[in-house]
Design a protein around this ligand. Sequence first.
Ligand SMILES: Cc1ncc(COP(=O)(O)O)c(C=O)c1O
Length: 388
Amino acid sequence: MTSTRLYLSPPDVGPEERALLLEAFDSNWIAPVGPHVDAFETELAEAVGVPYAVALSSGTAALHLALAVLGVGKGDDVVTSTLTFAATANAVTYVGARPVFVDVSADTWTLDADLLNEELRRRSKKGRQAAAVMAVDLYGQCADYSRIAATCAHYGVPLVEDAAEALGASYGRRSAGAFGRCAAFSFNGNKIITTGGGGMLVSQDRAIVDRVRHLATQARDPAPHYQHTSIGYNYRLSNLLAAVGRGQLRKLRSKIAARRRNNERYRTLLGDCAGIQFLEEADYGRSNCWLTCMTVTPGVFGASREDIRLALEKHDIESRPLWKPMHLQPVYQHCRILGGAVAEDLFDRGLCLPSGSAMTSAQVERIASIVIDTPCRSAATSGRALHA
Ligand SMILES: Cc1ncc(COP(=O)(O)O)c(C=O)c1O
């Protein structure tokens, strides 16, 4: 990327990753196996504080295989947050199950633990329990795991953690990815660390990770010829990309620090603007501040989030509305939704600001000043009198 456009969350790679990539290339381990894949799995598991990990081609593949190994299939229901990226719900669809969407808490924007409890209790009474719950650690902040895990344990429903956006975040003393039966991370180009494209499934349970590794490698049985007793997938991560991932992982702490600094700067510069509110860090943990997100109340601020997005766009700066809730998506609007008003309001008023780990303070200041000026510009362009 050589343009001057300021992206929402661009890759931030350097000479270390380049050297590792070339070393992998020169070693001729150019395959979805090799020493960097093994080392990346060990190092990521260690960073998360879990014993087992398997490197995969994407976070979506990790979510898909998480559900597959838990035996979720045709006719099953999986309860998940409506405020997420489509990949969470799509993984449910891939295994033939149906997503059941639950609203988010207004404080953390993650799965509402009270509504989850209500849904599992209702299902328990009807004798039609969900096959799994997928909680999402949104924008780098963990869901409320002590409550969610207790509810899942009470009703005997396995919990899967979609930690795609939350590598390095924590809940209490534990890291994102350490909750539930297994968890998925993403190393897509916009994530806090990237391999260009890639993912990882982590678990405390060796049998789960062994089975995922098997399924991700075309489910080859241990025979000299090609023999298959299950339907497998071609989902492993290339050794070349794992080399890049190892270089990125070494810098995870500094990348989190940079994103947290961006977040603090935005708050300092915009926090006093009436009608602008930032996603607060929950008192139960520490966010990796993957993206800095805010909501805008147009009647108070004097401009909408869309006015701000367009004003930034005019300066070649990318910002994005928050995730469009899954229950509003054409492909999922037939699915059951519990609540939904919180996620709908967040979608109407929420905006993700540029948050890359290589951003300078001058860039954050420039963005903040465009945001602050937006009400005047919107009034001017719509012909409203400024001092009416
Ligand atoms: C919440 C969430 N889940 C899943 C994914 C899917 O990860 P990937 O793009 O690596 O398939 C992403 C991001 O892309 C995400 O943000």
